[in-house]
Design a binder for this molecule. Sequence first.
Ligand code: F0G
Length: 354
Amino acid sequence: MSWKGVIEAYRSFLPVTENTPVVTLYEGNTALLPAPRLSERLQVHLYLKFEGQNPTGSFKDRGMTMAVSKAVESGSKAVMCASTGNTSASAAAFAARAGIKCVVLVPNGYIALGKLAQALIHGAEVIAIEGNFDTALRLVRKVTGEHPLTLVNSLNPHRIEGQKTAAFEICDQLGFAPDYLALPVGNAGNITAYWKGFREYASAGRVSGTPKMLGFQAAGAAPIVRGEVVTEPQTVATAIRIGNPASWQKALEALKESQGRIETVTDEEIISAYQLVARTEGLFVEPASAAALAGVIKLAGEGFFPPGSHVVCIMTGHGLKDPDTTLKTCSLKPAVVPPDKNRVLDVLEKLQVL
Ligand code: F0G
């Protein structure tokens, strides 16, 4: 049977009826890739859920198919969000698909190039504010509270409903619930969604048990770990450059109920994991996604995981979204040579592949 998106796949778990106009880009059904090299190194069974395979290149599409479908069902003519980039790209694409308007507020200068390009090509009205994500979200909440635009940030419960389908997919792909689920935490919607999904699948008898949730924040943007709002969050992982997460409380509940943990990772650890997963497993993810892997590497180094644990790491977004960071951090550069076979062979000589 061909895949028709997460609403069709998991309809019975979602608040939709036959009257809901399904706005979909056939999101979901992303690969759960075994990571043999990293598994050996870390002494766990590590799997990477590659959410970069979604149509706009991030997990946001799972939530956006629900949020935009429900917005259209309720007669809304426009959606609005604050975003570090991926939510705006996804909202813009789904709004285009639905034929409604989309307005996005982004932190000026702190959104990856690809994400900005996506919002623009899909025809969204992009407002770049001189402030960070937290300020943008505050403004969007005010405007959508007073005017008839539908808020499509993860405060919109339909977003969480859509995003929880990733937990269902992982259970279906593995055949069981993993022992640990690691993911980056920004506004904390996704950790909330995964925990809801795992609990619901277990309650429905589809799997027995639920994973422990492991959240990772960038050291310069770690309000949940530190227990206080960060007024000027900073990190190379701009997607999670957030100092006052909207779903803070729900994240704490997920951590407590699952007996999980939330930790920081430094920008150096993030970039190192970013390069490692690209070179050893062939997966190009964005820096925020690498924060989850950096966290798993850190915990494995502390002997945290019992040997043989099944660990799933969520690779939340595609590396192509942020080519600037790649070029800035990658030590390899193209070898520029004259168009001459011998000059090409000179390069190969050094590589010892002849
Ligand atoms: N990874 C990526 C690639 C993201 O874009 C985000 C959030 C997260 C992780 C964290 O997820 O916020 O649910 O805890 N991006 C939002 C945005 C904030 O505007 O695109 P979260």
